[in-house]
Design a protein around this ligand. Structure first.
Ligand SMILES: [Zn+2]
Ligand SMILES: [Zn+2]
Length: 245
């Protein structure tokens, strides 16, 4: 499972990094050392993500203990999209609160500073987490498949959304059309414009897929703007971010 997670990371981040390099030649110039660090932390995180995923895959195949199902007819058709939405909402809730907790200065310095060391982040930062943070992320979906019945293909869709959004939210440009991002869908869905502002200002925009928790808790500061060139010096260090908070 670790090898699958690592390969999924390398292929997805590699594709979007290559696309970024084509669209914005020279974007990664001077960021070689940072990208190598991002890949190193991400591969370590992949090793951690692989363990609960492997345990759950074994329990599913050998013991039938999970609520993953393979016959579409086992549940009503409307359950397919609803199960995807429920898993994403639950994952988003877990992510929002653990992410907010990790911005508490003592935890930030020891754990979450690794992720924010990417200034500005690249497509390779998608899994650039300290092992403790990787562990908090690795257990969510494996735990949810014991609670929420989900078709194996719907679970594949959840993992695909998780992977693609993790990469595109860090790559430094907005993939989705402006009309969508600044329209009614963008008021609730998180894309790169939202997460970029988290990497610039630190104490806001903590969500993963949805802006619901940020809006409810008053931590939503709107969308960042990629029209301004991403300059490394524009990004605060964690020290200033803590002071600003
Ligand atoms: Zn991030
Ligand atoms: Zn953060």
């Amino acid at each position: 499972m670790t090898l699958i997670v690592a390969a999924r990371y390398l292929v997805t981040s590699g594709l979007f990094a290559a696309w970024t390099a084509r669209r914005f030649p020279g974007r990664l110039a001077g960021q070689g050392a940072q990208v190598r660090r991002e890949i190193g932390w991400s591969l370590a995180a992949a090793a951690i993500y692989g363990v609960p995923a492997g345990v759950v895959a074994w329990l599913w195949q050998e013991r039938g203990w999970t609520r993953i199902y393979t016959e579409v007819a086992d549940y009503p058709l409307w359950w397919l999209p609803l199960s995807v939405l429920l898993v994403l909402l639950a994952h988003d809730t877990w992510f929002y609160w653990t992410h907010r907790a990790m911005h508490w200065p003592p935890l930030f310095r020891r754990v979450h500073a690794v992720h924010h060391a990417s200034r500005p982040p690249t497509a390779w930062a998608a899994m650039s987490f300290h092992p403790w943070e990787a562990l908090t992320g690795a257990v969510v979906i494996p735990a949810l498949v014991f609670l929420i019945p989900i078709h194996v293909a719907a679970l594949g869709l959840v993992l695909a959304i998780m992977t693609v959004m993790g990469v595109t939210n860090h790559m430094g440009w907005e993939l989705f059309p402006r009309r969508m991002v600044h329209g009614s869908a963008g008021r609730w869905l998180i894309t790169a414009s939202h997460h970029e502002l988290h990497h610039q200002k630190y104490r806001c925009n903590y969500g993963l897929y949805f802006r619901i928790w940020d809006r409810l808790c008053g931590t939503d500061r709107g969308l960042g703007d990629f029209a301004v060139p991403r300059v490394r010096a524009k990004h605060q260090g964690p020290e200033q971010a803590e002071l600003a908070a």
